[in-house]
Design a protein around this ligand. Sequence first.
Ligand code: 9G3
Length: 567
Amino acid sequence: MRQDKLLIPTLREAPGDAEANSHKLLVRGGYIRQLAAGVYTYLPLGWRVLKKASDIVREEMNRAGAQELLMPAMQPAELWQESGRYHVYGPELIRLKDRHDREFALGPTHEEVITTLVRNDVTSYRKLPMNLYQIQTKYRDERRPRFGLLRGREFLMKDAYSFDTDWESLDKVYREMYAAYERIFTRCGLDFRAVEADSGSIGGEGETHEFMALAEIGEDTIVSCTACDYAANLEKAEAGFAEAPPRNVDQLAGIEKIYTPGTSSISQLVESLGIPADQFVKTMIYIADGKPVAVLIRGDHEVNELKLMALLEAEEVRLAENEEAVAAGVVVGFAGPVGLDLPVVADRDAANLAAWIVGANERDYHLKQVVPGRDFKLEKIGDLRNAAEGDVCPHCGQPLQFHRGIEVGHVFKLGTKYSEALGATYLDQAGKTQTMIMGCYGIGISRILSAVTEQRSDGSSMVWPVGIAPFHVHLIQISAKDEAQRKLAEELYAQLQAAGIEVLLDDRDERAGVKFKDADLMGIPLRITVGKQAAEGLVEFKNRAEDVSEVYSAEKVLAEAVSFVKG
Ligand code: 9G3
């Protein structure tokens, strides 16, 4: 295509509110424009990339045996009431009324819709397993949309739903989808990891994995082993643990009270007592399903609230407000378990300590040599903490490493959560009615654009991987008025396109510097420049990912471009 006529409004400056590098570049490169917070227009270049990423997803979904369909965005509220989720989601679920005052939700996901469809039209085991997917806009009214396409309120998702006769069949479909996801993200040029995850709000009974694109801007932390293939979202990650040998309690010294004026934080205590943080035990007060509970954790560790919820079998846990902690009998800053009239649970690494230093529940005092069981009642012990730098792999004992990641995919074994609630059943071979076993599989397609840009850009330039680049070759004619350049550029333009190469010809009457700056922002992987040496039939060929440029004849550059694009 000829650039002079295209809508590619590049900018020298990023919009003021753009923080993420990918957000800045996608706007400056003329890929997207914001219409409202978290709501974007994909300009022609952005749409070309989105379409290519979608086509890769489509190809791999079809190869994995899934069938494409398209569901509505407008979902009757009754479906969400039937599944019991209508009141689970707050303002994030966009609700509207039609002209007859009937309530609808704008679809943030489609478990209810697809399960109702299958309930009505699939009744025999012979039709299972069935895997249905769509590529469609989702609506989620995020409280704080940010980072451009990374957290939008309207975004393009591929969501697939599988229906099986039993768990073995689901396991097989799950593995096929997992493999398809690996192919998809590889073809999109992403550096990604598949990690064990928590099933979060969707619930579901089975395992779940997230596909994370490594990027510092990512809001997730992933933990992976430096030696084996263990990898998990920090929400779920475990660390290697060795139970300390049982100690002989009655050989341990009794509690000793120490005067610690004004030292309420762990770091102040480390400072004043010269004892390392891992010898202290913090007492954190949480509210679990409305009731206060004391959570004990080593001074150098952090509570993992998902693990705490699991240990307490609670629906919801949150840190207590100061006044709630005081009402529960705690002296904030000097909190401790001794003499506290609350249920007390402890992280297993804290329980491993022979004796504890804890707050005395008295201002300016701490207690030393506190022994659980002897000095206070310990209800439960479990893995309650986030894995941390320095921890070892729970599988092989080698060191763990930490990365930030952007979630671009998520696969779930749902089980019967929705099929039960919505009555999706089938008749098995014996004619008996059975409930279908479901899986669901999401990919944030619009998010891929941002994740790839984060991974493949620096300040003011980026390079798309050839599989999703808006064009393969940026053909730049330096001087719009030079006849030799125009002739050679037009010849190359025709020959490249005849060879199946997608070419953007920069035929604008602009200075060379402007053309090169725009080319850096737009990120087309190959750049062919027709300049002074056009008269000798020579052009400059640059593979921008390798920052290597050569001077080639027209024939040579054609061969190079074809081998680069066709692989
Ligand atoms: C809602 C709102 C936001 C939501 C959900 C429901 C996330 C919700 C989880 C999923 C699970 C999978 C199928 C494709 C893959 C992901 N945010 N989730 O259910 F009402 Cl407002 O969407 N769904």
